[in-house]
Design a protein around this ligand. Structure first.
Ligand code: ATP
Ligand code: MG
Length: 209
């Protein structure tokens, strides 16, 4: 494992508050004097942003779960090598808005692709450098979807509620499978309370930055 820098990922269903929390965490970290990098998935690089446009394009209703595995992993591999790895090497706190666990929850638990296959493809994409800690912002999927302005739901958001329920169950199963790395946070709490619970776990890790 990379001994410098700290890698934190925020995960959870659409509308759970991941982007909101990344902003609040980045504010806290910058105020604390920590060099901080925010990124989001899929995307975070010019190439990855183009892959994101394909992944979320509602025209591609025919996209198979296996195709999704490779496209997400391709964008992730590019992000890792081009952005995340160099920042960690320089001792940054890197905050990822979605990471490897989204692939496991959406493509394996939601899309029924073999768990071990999705895990191995993605471990290769991130050179086996798992996050130091991952937070799953948990809430009923309909609540998350209703929080969004949702004028134009993307291809993933348009999937049926049963799919989103499987994804939520998948995230919770991941937390049971990797209890040391993953903390589940009740995302229905007020934003400030969610942020405070995350910060309590992140702060002690920042000694490495
Ligand atoms: N704890 C909270 N309580 C109530 N509303 C919240 C909370 N956190 C975020 N929101 C609101 O919910 C909406 C969605 O939040 P946000 O965009 O951060 O979610 P997200 O998880 O990043 O969604 P997506 O997966 O679509 O990117 C925003 O309008 C935000 O202000
Ligand atoms: Mg977001």
């Amino acid at each position: 494992m990379n001994s410098r820098g700290v890698l934190i990922s925020l995960e959870g269903p659409d509308g759970a508050g991941k982007t909101t929390q990344i902003e609040l965490l980045a504010d806290n970290a910058v105020k604390g004097g920590f060099r901080t990098l925010r990124t989001r998935e899929p995307g975070g690089t010019p190439l990855g942003d183009d892959v994101r446009a394909i992944l979320l394009n509602p025209c591609y209703q025919e996209m198979t779960p296996l195709t999704e595995v490779f496209l997400y992993a391709a964008a992730r591999a590019q992000l890792f090598e081009q952005v995340v790895e160099p920042a960690l090497r320089q001792g940054f706190l890197v905050l990822c808005d979605r990471f490897i666990d989204s692939s496991l929850a959406y493509q394996s638990y939601g899309g029924n692709v073999s768990f071990d296959f999705v895990l191995q493809v993605n471990l290769a994409a991130i050179k086996r450098r798992l996050p130091d800690h991952t937070f799953i912002l948990d809430l009923p999927p309909e609540k998350g979807l209703n929080r969004r302005p949702c004028a134009h739901a993307d291809r993933v958001e348009q999937k049926p509620l049963t799919f989103h329920s499987s994804v939520r169950a998948g995230f919770l199963a991941l937390a049971e499978r990797f209890p040391e790395r993953i903390t589940v946070i009740d995302a229905t709490l007020p934003k400030e309370e969610v942020c405070s619970q995350i910060w309590q776990v992140v702060l002690p890790l920042l000694a490495r930055c």
